[in-house]
Design a protein around this ligand. Structure first.
Ligand code: ZN
Length: 164
């Protein structure tokens, strides 16, 4: 069968940014399984996988607008150094997470550090990047009713978090 909406697709992939650095890949022998058409992977890649079959390989270039979006200058925020734990070593480029007053977890990258202020970048680390995927479809099957109801696949043997 070919990949269509509501297919459960298994892919091996390697993701590179423009300078050729590999920033993500599926672990050897552990393809990523996802439900096609439910926004679980970046839109530009999902669109290109549509119609592929088991064993097919493709080289896909995805522009930022079809991936993690453009970098938003508003995503840069200056916060007092005192908001970080006293002993915390802050390294430029480091990813960190914090909880907002509303209890929501936000991830950010440390952009600049001075004695009393830290500039943080709330943009997705891959925002603004042209992404190149080498993708190999290792399996395609129809989704179960339960998978469709949940909006994600229930992969064999993989840990799966079941929400009520
Ligand atoms: Zn589920």
């Amino acid at each position: 069968m070919k990949v269509a909406a509501d297919s459960v697709v298994s892919i091996e992939y390697e993701l590179r940014v423009a300078d050729g650095t590999v920033v993500d890949r599926s672990p050897p022998g552990e393809p990523l399984e996802y439900l096609q058409g439910h926004g679980q992977i970046v839109p530009g890649l999902e669109r290109e996988i549509e119609g592929m079959g088991q064993g097919d390989r493709k080289h896909v270039v995805v522009q930022p607008e079809d991936a993690y979006g453009a970098r938003d200058p508003e995503g840069l925020k200056v916060v007092p150094r005192a908001m970080f734990p006293k002993g915390a070593k802050l390294k430029v480029g480091q990813m960190m997470a914090a909880e907002t007053d509303a209890g929501q977890e936000v991830e950010f990258r440390v952009d600049q550090v001075t004695d009393d202020a830290v500039t943080i970048d709330l943009n997705h680390p891959l925002a603004g990047e042209v992404l190149t995927f080498d993708v190999h479809v290792t399996g395609v099957r129809g989704a179960t009713a339960e998978e469709l109801e949940h909006g994600h696949s229930h992969g064999g043997g993989h840990h799966h978090h079941h929400h009520e």
